[in-house]
Design a protein around this ligand. Sequence first.
Ligand SMILES: C[S@@+](CC[C@H](N)C(=O)[O-])C[C@H]1O[C@@H](n2cnc3c(N)ncnc32)[C@H](O)[C@@H]1O
Length: 200
Amino acid sequence: MSDHHSEIDMSEVYQLPHQQVSLSDFPSDEEWILDIGGGGEGIIGRLKGRQVVAIDKRRPELESTASDALKLVMDARELQFLEKSFGTVTIFFTLMYMPFEDLDTIFSEIARVLKPGGELLMWDVKVEVPADLDPKIKYFMVPLTVTFPDGTTNETGYGAYIRNQNIESFVTVATAHGFELEESKANDLTFYARLSLRKG
Ligand SMILES: C[S@@+](CC[C@H](N)C(=O)[O-])C[C@H]1O[C@@H](n2cnc3c(N)ncnc32)[C@H](O)[C@@H]1O
């Protein structure tokens, strides 16, 4: 939705309250980091620079991203990398754009390209659709301040088709593909989950 602002009728949008995300640096040794849906603000590319391979299925999203990441137009449902290519996979406010029916394929692909013992880091937002929501509402939007470890901030907002979702919507599918939940944090409506891929 972020790329079609001009076509969006704001009366069809459910606004969530403004959220704060504090981004911690994460260890990644010398390994490649795959950032899925890494266009837009390119937050992970800005955090980890040239170690990041940012993929997005929409070329304009990558073209408008200012970061040192290597940017590739690619669909997460069909990753073009060999098995065990990455030490870390990140997915920052992108799961919210992915239909639930695609998640099996996407987590299977992530598990395939990640090294055993590698980590999957996910940031996203909890959405609870109110029972009395106006039926003409099609989308939700979450305004966000992202704070980097050095204290700089980025003001943004992400929006997608409205649906109920929470951390379990994604962790459940990931664990079915060999991931174990190592850590999770919630801050108001946003959540962060760190999972590792079982070895062997
Ligand atoms: C809100 S943006 C992500 C924000 C971005 N990570 C950032 O740092 O600002 C979500 C992106 O996910 C991309 N996307 C959605 N489904 C995808 C898929 N199956 N494969 C690759 N990219 C996808 C969209 O094109 C969109 O650019």
